[in-house]
Design a protein around this ligand. Structure first.
Ligand code: ISE
Length: 338
């Protein structure tokens, strides 16, 4: 039978997951949606035959006709919603952040560990979708197979055309740079030990007081270094590039996708490719693959994607990043041994 999924939070990301589960993913159906904005929940549910609105998210988790949960609510609600899923023993895909700080994420790690010790099953996948992007997956395989020798340095560019009002410099670290934190851990297969954050001259397109772009340096426990240019108000497009430099070669992903065109430009013929306008275009396939993989595992009562430890590590590194931003100093990451 199809996996009956409850989607908690149907804003941009949650509504996207509903459309994906309904239209592109096999083996699952959206049985319940939940959102504090009941009119929005009603509109989303109306597009999915058989889908009910359950306003209280914890009631949605407890619903006997729900087998698994997708959490796309605001981050401050994730902790209690994830813990409720673990309590009920059902698989959950939780968008980042896992919780709002490292201590509470560690508590989720422990709760899931206790469940896994009893049942042998992990329950929580964290929404680090880049791991499912075919280019990132190929890059990781190349590195693991020794294709560029020992990796030494990673260069990352993460650019957004614009961000919603209310974004702060801290939230650039927590919501945007967090993806490079996970990518670095995923590609290099080791933890981040220290973070430094520099503030270049800000673009005039940034909101008042926002330090944009940021330059972030991540140092791994093995002494590898990852530089990240994170620039969230370029006014252009959605660009995510990653280059890994190794002892015996280098490899880059995220240059372009799709058609290369020749056409007349101002000073003669030009060659051009389109750049994705937003994260849904750039990572649409990654999201589809992520959710399909989650559904396949959830039908067996478990998960096999990035998990609570990855959510906790990301949170610990971002906490160090926020401190580095405040102090201007290199800041060591405080986290437990796995
Ligand atoms: C947003 O939360 C995301 O997750 C996007 O992937 C990222 O590019 C953006 O900067 C964040 O605000």
């Amino acid at each position: 039978a199809d996996l009956r999924v409850a989607v908690l939070g149907v804003g941009l990301m949650g509504a996207d997951h509903v459309a994906r589960l309904h239209g592109r993913v096999s083996g699952a159906r959206v049985a319940v949606v939940s959102d504090a904005a009941t009119d929005r929940a009603g509109r989303v549910a109306a597009g999915v035959p058989g889908c009910r609105v359950v306003t209280d998210p914890l009631a949605a988790v407890a619903d006997p006709e729900v087998d698994a949960v997708v959490i796309a609510s605001p981050g401050r609600f994730h902790e209690e919603q994830v813990l409720a899923c673990i309590d009920r023993g059902i698989p959950v895909l939780c968008e980042k952040p896992l919780t709002m700080d490292a201590d509470s994420s560690l508590a989720v790690v422990r709760a899931e560990d206790a469940h896994a010790a009893r049942t042998g099953r992990r329950l929580v996948q964290v929404g680090f979708m880049r791991r499912f992007d075919p280019e990132y997956a190929a890059l990781r395989e190349l590195i693991a197979a020794g294709g560029i020798g020992e990796p030494l340095v990673v260069h990352c560019a993460h650019r957004n055309p614009a961000v919603p009002a209310g974004v702060t410099t801290e939230s650039i670290v927590n919501d945007s740079v967090v993806h490079e934190v996970d990518v670095a851990r995923f590609l290099l297969d080791e933890e981040i030990a220290a973070v430094t954050v520099l503030r270049p001259r800000a673009t005039r397109h940034a909101a008042q007081g926002l330090s944009d772009p940021l330059l972030v340096l991540l140092e791994t426990v093995g002494g590898r270094m990852v530089d990240v240019e994170c620039f969230v108000s370029t006014g252009l497009a959605y660009e995510v590039r990653t280059e890994v430099v190794g002892e015996d070669g280098s490899a880059m992903i995220g240059l372009h996708k799709g058609m290369v065109r020749q056409h007349t430009g101002p000073g003669g013929a030009v060659r051009s490719t389109a750049v994705a306008p937003g994260f849904r275009e750039r990572f649409g396939l990654a999201y589809d693959l992520e959710v399909q993989r989650w559904v396949d595992a959830a039908r067996r009562g478990t998960v096999d994607g990035p998990g609570v430890w990855d959510g906790y590590a990301a949170q610990a590194v971002c906490a160090a990043g926020v401190e580095a931003l405040r102090t201007g100093r290199r800041t060591e990451v405080r986290m437990e041994q796995r």
